[in-house]
Design a protein around this ligand. Structure first.
Ligand code: HEC
Length: 148
């Protein structure tokens, strides 16, 4: 073989040569793998893959998904999904409605639907989509629309 070719082969072998005993190499590789794909956090719990999200932000996104289509992105009762409805979706920016509506009533409407308080059935029950805690946050969101 050509001399420079031998040199190349030698270099390649040296590159992979690891003088540490087998078990030491294995331990080092395991550590590396563990760092990349942690099995358990140091305190024994499952690692947090994503940081927990702000529940207020989550509920606002869910409002946009489940409510805004009818009640409007800013609560004006003017979502496209409500155009053809009769009665119209509630306008949350109406100060008279805000003053005369209790949080308990809003809670029942969202959890059990319009018919639960004698309103139209086009206002569906959302108890399956929102936890009670999320409904409380929804009420706060609805209350804030009037001030915007
Ligand atoms: C399909 C359209 C539609 C969607 C989607 C919808 N609503 Fe409604 N909502 C209505 C209509 C229509 C009314 C008015 C019913 C009536 O006046 O009889 C209403 C009424 C309400 C009221 C007023 C109750 C009152 O006392 O006047 C609240 C609060 C409400 N909706 C909250 C929500 C929330 C929160 C969501 C999302 C989780 C939502 N709605 C999704 C159509 C909708």
């Amino acid at each position: 073989m050509h001399r420079s070719l031998w040199l190349l082969v030698l270099c390649a072998c040296l590159d992979q040569y690891d003088p540490r005993p087998q078990w030491e190499r294995f331990a080092a590789e395991r550590q590396l793998a563990h760092r990349t794909y942690p099995v358990l956090a140091e305190d024994g719990t499952l690692p947090q893959l994503a940081p927990p999200r702000d529940p207020v932000e989550v509920v606002q996104e869910k409002y946009a998904t489940f409510c805004g289509n009818c009640h409007g992105a800013k609560g004006g009762g003017d979502g496209v999904g409500g155009i053809a409805l009769d009665p119209k979706p509630r306008n949350f920016r109406d100060p008279i409605w805000q003053q005369n509506t209790t949080d308990d009533r809003i809670f029942s409407v969202i959890k059990n639907g319009g018919p639960a308080v004698g309103l139209s059935g086009t206002m569906a029950a959302f108890g399956a989509m929102f936890s009670d805690e999320e409904i409380e946050l929804l009420i706060a969101t609805i209350r804030k629309f009037s001030a915007q």
